[in-house]
Design a protein around this ligand. Sequence first.
Ligand SMILES: C[S@@+](CC[C@H](N)C(=O)[O-])C[C@H]1O[C@@H](n2cnc3c(N)ncnc32)[C@H](O)[C@@H]1O
Length: 269
Amino acid sequence: MKTPVKRSATSVYPIANKRTEEGDLVYPTVLRMNATPVYRFLSLIASRLSEGETVRRRSILDCGCGGTVPPLAIFAEQGMEAVGVDVSERQLQQARGFVERAGLDIRLRRADMRDLPFPDASFDYVYEHYSMCHLSRTDTAQAVSEMRRVAKPGGLAFLGVISTESWPPSSYGEEWASGERWMVEDGDEVRHSFFSDAQSDRLVADWDVLLKEKAVLHVGGEDLSEADWAALRAEAPVPRSAEEWAAEYERRTDYVRYVHTYYALKKPA
Ligand SMILES: C[S@@+](CC[C@H](N)C(=O)[O-])C[C@H]1O[C@@H](n2cnc3c(N)ncnc32)[C@H](O)[C@@H]1O
């Protein structure tokens, strides 16, 4: 029998159930952004298991594992040996708090995904979500190479980059290098890197690509005023006159989007 994927994201992420007095979800994006790729990867893993095989005691590494809703929780619930690294002690503390409250067995340690402190071929599975996107494009390539090094031959990986289809670029701050932007969030400098399809395909060229998928994680634009919209004309996907751009205002929510390119990968045996 194939390994069933147990429980729903809301059982592992209690925060995802938190509602306002009106009954609206407080964090509706938690499920879409954090849990969907986990289940996507778990389904792919399950589809490649032989009859009778399970993921119990298979090892998984999460690169950039910190934060209040650690994806590793879901992998650990499947019985996997879960290991996570993160550079930020603050983010690790949040993840540790969650892991303790949930009573899960997860090894969390401080480390940089560009220089993973594990021998070659250590893990059956490697996972990364919404963490590598904070690295420069050069460092992203280094992190992907480290993930490949620590994956076992035949091992699987899941990772994502922000697509250049995300719009508008200025919502990620100022461009400081080609394809890289920075902004200040809660007093911290936050960087985001962007990849076209051809660029992200090159990043994973040493792996077998099992799945490549565009995920629109967020659409928006409703709140833009006509003046805000006019100011975005300089970033229009194709050049538009002021009149043409103003006429697009009604369709602004067709433009504003946050797109990731996800890959499920196999390290050649
Ligand atoms: C937006 S959070 C995402 C956390 C988690 N992956 C999730 O999906 O909820 C990004 C995380 O990446 C971590 N990070 C950034 N650069 C890193 C690096 N070079 N090595 C390891 N972790 C890193 C940050 O500290 C942060 O915890």
